[in-house]
Design a binder for this molecule. Sequence first.
Ligand code: ZN
Length: 208
Amino acid sequence: MNAVETLWSEAIVPYTISDELAHRWSEISAAFKMISDYTCIRFVQRTTEINYLKFLNGKGCASFVGCRGGDQPVYFSSTCSVGNLCHELIHALGLHHEHTREDRDHYVTVQWQSIMPGRTKNFKVKHGNTLNLPYDLNSIMHYGSYFFSQDGGPTVLPKQGGEQMGQRSHLSHLDIERLNRLYHCGITSLLHYCSFIYRFHVTIYVNI
Ligand SMILES: [Zn+2]
């Protein structure tokens, strides 16, 4: 997984939930718990914080990567599961997809010809900090073999293993380790915290 440098201050992520999603509070809460049970990251209802996540309906499942500055939408539509939302939250926490790591070609083969037009950007390598952790086919941030296929053929093929590739049910052991390292859980340290300066340097992933 590769990380951006715009993190949430003190590993605390304030949030608001739109009225139209009020009835899905238990699912949103379950997605928070998938992360907070294993890391020092905490999701708290916004009071006066400037930077916060705003859960909205519509546009499938989507999130910016990293803390963007100000109010930051996370889209949680009816097609989106708890596991999908957890995946989006990890984008918001600062992580790109695992299969876009610089070293991914050692572990997977991208079948460009099978990827839907307009989605190839979701498969392009991102240059980010891999936190000295090994490549992880089981990551909740990895795509499954047939994600965004236009012809029924695989878009990402593991070179070895990969039985759980594309799972959205839990954080892998390495996902947990990555988030704990990224947020320096248990360590006091100066990080590059979020500010408005970063607002124009972010990526948004739609429908994933
Ligand atoms: Zn994604």
